[in-house]
Design a protein around this ligand. Structure first.
Ligand code: UDP
Ligand code: MG
Length: 382
């Protein structure tokens, strides 16, 4: 028997949460495993958090986190995983990321747990869609995307793998060590390594509501993935520059030789205009690619929290400011003078009030984000 924590990001899923929980409980009863739930309300406007709160009233295994606005599914996953690693202590504790809309049947959660129970060599089971229930165009685009990102990056990307996956806690801890602002979970899960088993699953229809993924959102997500895990576009820019320079040089030599041999040739206005436009376009594209990387550096350097928690259920308030929460003894040395800004290995930032040394219990830290100025956070030794 294993203890499984389900991390469920939910955005406007009020109608789905009740049926989702019922289905989970049915599956749990038959399985012999123990389920607990961390719902993350990603700034819903339909009363999703009230529904979570209502259900938590009669089920002590439900925890809830409410964001102050919509921060995106990736932020929800991060908040849920942070909650999971807080107090685990056995080898048979797993975390699974699952959607709230019942497109991913909880029966697979049991299959994944059974697999991990029987295969101690594996650390993760990731579900992939056997057959995508999408238009031919979307299927084609996604196939191209996986191929492109897999080939252009050092990290391996398996085709059609969703975020629906179960991990041992060691892997969750590894995932949490990556504190980047632009989170592309598919890449992060792959990057941390560990032994992953890929399990096929059937995607169900959404129970209520519609997907929030539009083509433009998917495009942005794809660009985030490529920029976050590959420098190939930068390298391609260099090659494009080299190729155009070589072509320009050959053309230059050709026109010099032609002029010497046959005299001055005045016409060519159209050619010049075309060349200027082409070169201008190429340069703009290259600047755009560089801009994408620079904007990532800009966002990362701000060290903003990835999400802001507004309310919680079943989680003590002291620990609710997840991105700025300090509930462990310092694991690395935090250097700097009192009053300076710091960030630790988990990208948690703050101002140093007292001098802190490695392994020391920290009495008080003042949080660094504007929203919580003058708030004092206590460090607890565990
Ligand atoms: N979701 C979220 N924040 C968002 C968008 C989606 O937490 O900004 C949640 C959503 O409630 C669902 C899961 O992420 O539980 C997957 O979203 P959706 O069903 O819209 O995506 P799809 O299944 O079409 O990939
Ligand atoms: Mg869905």
């Amino acid at each position: 028997m294993s203890k499984i924590t389900l991390v469920i990001p939910a955005y406007n899923e009020k109608q789905n949460i009740g049926p989702f929980l019922n289905r989970c409980q049915d599956v749990e009863k038959e399985s012999g495993h123990r389920f607990s739930y961390v719902f993350i309300d990603d700034g819903s406007g339909d009363g999703t958090f009230d529904e979570i709160s209502r259900l938590a009233g009669s089920n002590s295994n439900i925890r809830g986190i409410k964001f102050s606005r919509n921060f995106g599914k990736e932020a929800g996953i991060l908040a849920g995983l942070r909650e999971c690693v807080k107090d685990y202590n056995s080898q048979h504790e797993y975390t699974v990321i699952i959607d709230a809309d019942l497109q991913q049947d909880p029966k697979y959660v049991v299959q994944m747990a059974n697999f991990l129970d029987n295969n101690p060599d594996y650390d993760c089971v990731a579900c992939y869609q056997k057959d995508r229930k999408e238009s031919g165009f979307m299927k084609f685009m996604k196939k191209r995307f996986y191929k492109m990102i897999d080939e252009s990056s050092d990290t391996h990307f398996e085709e059609n793998v969703s975020d629906f996956r179960m991990m041992r806690m060691e892997m969750v801890e590894a995932v949490l060590q990556l504190g980047e602002y632009h989170r592309f979970s598919k890449g992060i899960f792959s990057w941390v390594g560990f032994n992953t088993y890929y399990m096929p699953y059937e995607v169900e229809e959404r129970l209520h509501g519609t997907t929030t993924w539009t083509f433009s959102k998917l495009f942005k997500y794809g660009v985030d993935g490529i920029i976050g895990f590959s420098t190939a576009p930068l390298r391609a820019s260099t090659w494009l520059g080299i190729i155009t320079s070589v072509v320009a040089l050959v053309l230059l030599l050709y026109s010099v030789i032609k002029t010497i041999a046959f005299g001055r040739d005045v016409p060519g206005f159209a050619t010049i205009v075309c060349l200027i436009l082409i070169m201008g376009g190429v340069q703009m594209i290259l600047l755009g690619i560089m801009g994408e990387y620079i904007s990532r550096i800009f966002m990362e350097s701000k060290k903003r929290p990835i999400y802001i928690v507004k309310d919680t259920i079943g989680i003590s308030k002291d620990n609710s400011f997840s991105n700025n929460r300090f509930d462990k003894t310092v694991e690395g040395t935090i250097t700097g003078e009192t009053g300076n800004r710091f960030s630790d290995a988990d990208s948690r930032t703050g101002f140093i009030i007292n001098d802190i040394k490695k392994g020391e219990e920290v009495p008080e830290v003042q949080d660094g984000s504007d929203d919580y100025d003058n708030t004092e956070f206590k460090w607890e030794k565990i």
